[in-house]
Structure formats: C-alpha cells, structure tokens
Ligand binder design. Structure first.
Ligand code: FSO
Ligand code: SF4
Length: 539
C-alpha cells in the first residue's frame, strides 16, 4: 500500500500501513488495481474509437471507477473487486481482435485480486521518476474530481462527451513513458480546463432541475419527529428521498456537503425538509450517534464508525460503499427505493438537539448577480475592500483552526466567498454584513466553486479589467481530497494566480512540480494568520 492522495496522508508523506482515513491496506491496493485496469479500459476504448451503443456505458464505467476511489467514498473490498471485474469484462469485449496492447490493457487476472493488486507495476510507486510520478498523480486526482462532478450531472441527464473523451485520453497519456515533464504540465492544465467544463455542466444540471440557489436561512435545530440524515453531494438522491418521505412522518436533514440542498427552490416545497444537522464530514462519529435515525451517504465523506455503534443505521448508495452498511442500488430505470430507510426511521427516536439557531447561505452566481448593483457600489465606495475566497475542504487536523482564526482576524471591510465544507470553520460565527451583504457568502458544495469563478469573471467584466488577478479578490484555499484538486486546477486554468493553499501543500507534489506552480502561478503555502492577513489583505 502506498497512498498520498489526500491532505491527511500519514506524516504528509504517504499512508503505507493503513489509511489515516481508515482505508485498509487491501482496499488501498485494490483501488490502485482499479485505477490500473481503468487505464487499460481507456487504452482499449481510445483504440476502438467509435464505441457505438456501448459509448455511454464505457464512459460511465471509467468515471465511476475514478469516482469510487476518492477519499472516504469506498471502504469495501468486495465492491472494489466488483468494479475491477466489471471493468475487465468490458475491456475484454471491446478488445476483441486487438493485438499488441499495453500492459494495463492486457491485464486480465480474475482470481486472487487482492494479491494481484500488490504487484510493483500497479501502484503509485510504479513510476520511478519523482517528478513524472507527481504530475501523473496530480492529473489522476484531478480526473477523480472531474469524474465525480460529471457523474452527478450524468444522473440528472446532462452529458458532455468532450469531458468523457478527455478523461479516457488523459488516463492513457499518463501511462505513456514518452511524455516529458513539460508535456505532463500541459496535460495538467488541460485537466483543469476540463474540470471547468465538468463543473459548468453540473451547475447547469443542478440549476435546470432544481432552480437557482437563493438566499436561505437554514435551521440547525431538530424537530420532534424521527429523521433521516442525508450527506454527500448527489441532488438526485436528495430529491428522491424527499419525494419518498412525503407524508410518512419522517423528517429529512442535511449533513456536511449536502447543506446547500437547502438553498434550492425545488426542495423548499417539502415541509418535512427541516434543515441541517451538525458540521463538516469529520464530526460525523459524534453527530451520527446523536442523530438517532438512519443516515444516507450519497457520495464520499464516510468516516468509519467507532465500535460500529450506528452501522445498523448507515446506508450508502451510488459509488459509496462501507462493509456492513446497507447499500441501496438503483433499478434499470435509475429509480432508488428508500422504503427500507424510511421504515427504519419510523422506529427511531427524534434527533438530539446539538446546536441552536440558523445559518444563511445560497449565494451561487445567480443570487450574487441579483445583488450585483449593491456589491459593485460597496466596492466602489470602499465599504468592501476585499473578497477572500476561502473555499475547499475541512479536515480533522488541528492546524485547520487556522481557517477559523483567519476568518475572525479579517478586517470588517472584507467578505468571504466560500464553497465546499471548508465553510464550517466560520459559517456559524455570525460575522455580520456590509450594507446588507453578508460577510460570508456560501455558494454551495465544492463543485459550486465554479460559481465563485463565474462571479469573479462577472466582476472583471463590470469593472472592465484586463486581468482577473486585478480584482480585489484573494484566494486562501483549504484542500483535503481530490475534488479540491480539480477545483484548484480549474482555477489555474482560468488564469487565477497567487493562491494560498493549505493547511499543507500536497505530499504528491515533488519539489520541482511545486517550483513550476510557484513560477507560473505564484501558489504559496499558507503561513501564520498574522502573516497571511498582512500579505493577502493589508498589503
Ligand atoms: Fe471536499 Fe468537503 Fe465536497 Fe467532502 S469539500 S471534503 S469529503 O465535503 O466532499 O469535496
Ligand atoms: Fe491516506 Fe488519504 Fe490515502 Fe486515506 S486517502 S490512505 S488518508 S492518503
């Protein structure tokens, strides 16, 4: 096992014995094998060219394989094996008549996958050159994020063939030993461009289906009915759960990255959609225990339960999987039956109250554009001096207190733009407003970082600036998993410079790759709160 794909990797070097996330050695190896055979499937699909009526199935297989290996999505060796076998079957069928296939495409081991996955040729360390390995992994993690966003759009009926084709092309290119560091840097930026397309597609899918997020006050207090807690990012699952719980006496609450579901007009019509329960993903052990009712994990963000205390109330769906948790599959029409969760909920106690009051969110691009005049006036009058993009992820390491302290230390003429679960470090601080504009503007989930980019581009246009970096916007971004990697690459591809990235720089970036990022984009690790307030805000 060697995994260094997330910010909490052991010693900021790599997990080698067991994941800090809880992923076992076997699952880590199997996930490496899954990525390996996915590269093989991409090689075969690229050679085939026209995939005919198999096109969507192959595209979805590739994307699901990438998605399920995102940190905290799949802890289950059985389902990872199942993904591997399905990929091998698909590849074998497509490869009929092909010869001279690369090693990844030629791989066809069916027995003893756990052992086969340990081969030196399979994992991250199979690439010996540190800089090539670093770029290959940076691209792989960007593709994982792209795949996640793409699949959420796909299930809502929205597709972008270019993005799918790019994923297959890039997966093949990172197996090609003839590519230089410069080639891979170029491919990294192309990954970012495709990330923008994937996020734009998801934005279109979510807003077309559920309306544009609008300013919303979200309750943090439970009611007295039994409840179901839903987490992750999949809004189609959210809709299905709300529909199926109608009139059952069971309330629905969001957790962590599902909070922004509260901002969508289409979900406001459900009286039993009560609000949000708890904080960001890593608080779940305590919060799922006190919630008392069943929990549905629609994507990543699973933390292995302590003592399996609420395992009998934990459900997964989509690419999320956890041993012992019940899995809800979809039927051939894409329908998911949540009746089992609802029945269990009816027999559970109401959630225990763990906090009070409300929070305010819903500032995706459409809502911010509706306030554009106010915002522009506030900037022109000097009432708002700077916007600080503080999007990204939260995490359990103590040095993440930095983000709360940074938010508290910001002068009162600054506004935070956020998306992703990083917001939980400051979205309950009641930071006030500037002339009616709240000082924390939450656009939504991590994919809604796209909204922040759209807002920046709109402001650039309004102020007639030649360069997006001339705006009074600074970036102090927190990362944890691979969706934050694609958000970062997307911002770079849009020309955003001077991003502060923390709480640590990724372990998978070699010194030379960091140098490239510093020279071309002036990316910097965050410093102390005082230093960064001085450098980003006051200077
Ligand atoms: Fe990342 Fe947060 Fe959204 Fe999670 S922002 S950390 S595991 O909630 O999924 O991408
Ligand atoms: Fe370690 Fe992160 Fe990989 Fe989990 S996902 S094994 S914590 S690097």
């Amino acid at each position: 096992m060697f995994c260094f794909q997330c910010q909490e990797t052991a010693g900021n070097k790599g997990c080698t014995v067991k994941g800090v996330c809880g992923k076992t050695k076997d699952v880590a190896d199997l996930q490496d094998l899954l990525i390996y055979v996915t590269k093989g499937l991409a090689q075969v699909a690229n050679r085939k060219g026209d995939l005919g009526d198999k096109k969507e199935a192959v595209q979805d297989r590739i994307a699901d394989n990438l998605f399920t290996t995102i940190t905290n999505a799949n802890f289950n060796p059985k389902t990872v094996e199942d993904y591997i076998v399905k990929t091998l079957d698909m590849k074998k069928e497509l490869a009929q008549g092909m010869s001279d296939l690369p090693a990844e495409a030629a791989f066809d081991v069916r027995e003893g996958l756990t052992e086969a996955a340990k081969a030196d040729a399979i994992g991250v360390l199979a690439t010996k050159d540190e800089d090539i390995r670093s770029l290959r992994e940076l691209i792989t993690y960007g593709l994982k994020g792209t795949a996640a966003y793409t699949r959420h759009a796909n299930v809502l009926g929205f597709r972008n063939d270019e993005v799918h084709a790019f994923m297959a092309e890039a997966l093949e290119k990172i197996t090609d030993d003839s590519l230089s560091v410069d080639d891979l840097v170029a491919l990294t930026l192309k990954t970012g461009e495709n990330g923008v397309k994937a996020m734009a597609l998801l934005d279109e899918a979510n807003t077309t289906k559920y309306g544009h997020p609008e300013i919303t006050e979200v309750s943090l207090e439970p009611r007295n009915n039994p409840g179901i807690l839903i987490s992750g990012h999949d809004l189609k699952d959210m809709e299905a759960l709300l529909e199926q719980t109608k009139g059952t006496g069971v309330d629905v609450y969001t957790h962590s990255e599902m909070l922004p579901a509260n901002y969508y007009p289409a979900f406001k019509k459900y009286d039993h959609f009560v609000g949000n329960y708890g904080g960001s993903w890593w608080h779940q052990k305590e919060e799922f225990a006190s919630f008392n009712g069943p929990i549905l994990m629609t994507t990543n963000c699973i933390v292995p339960p302590k003592d399996d205390s609420y395992l009998d109330r934990l459900y997964t769906t989509g690419v999320a999987s956890y041993p012992g948790a019940k899995f809800i599959d979809e039927d051939e029409k894409g329908h998911k039956d949540f009746s089992g969760i609802i029945e269990q909920a009816k027999g559970c106690k109401a959630p225990e109250k763990i906090e009070e009051g409300t929070l305010v969110g819903g500032f995706a691009h459409n809502q911010v554009f509706a306030l554009a005049d106010k915002v522009v006036d506030a900037v022109k009058s000097g009432a708002i001096k700077k916007f600080v993009v503080m999007g990204g992820c939260d995490g359990r390491q103590r040095d993440r207190n930095y983000y709360e302290e940074f938010a508290k230390a910001l002068p009162e003429d600054t506004v935070i733009l956020t998306a992703g679960c990083a917001k939980y470090r400051y979205n309950k601080l009641h930071m006030g407003d500037i002339g009616g504009i709240p000082r924390v503007l939450d656009a939504g989930q991590c994919n809604d970082s796209y909204s922040l980019a759209v807002i920046a581009m709109k402001l650039q246009e309004i102020f007639g600036l030649a360069d997006i970096n001339e705006l009074p916007i600074v970036y102090n971004i927190a990362w944890y998993e691979q969706k934050a990697v694609i958000v970062l690459l997307a911002l770079l591809s849009l020309g955003v410079k001077n991003i502060h990235l923390g709480p640590t720089l990724p372990a998978f970036l070699s010194d030379n790759v960091v140098k490239v990022l510093v020279e071309n984009f002036n990316i910097a690790p965050n410093g102390t709160v005082e230093e960064d307030i001085q450098n980003l805000i006051l200077s």
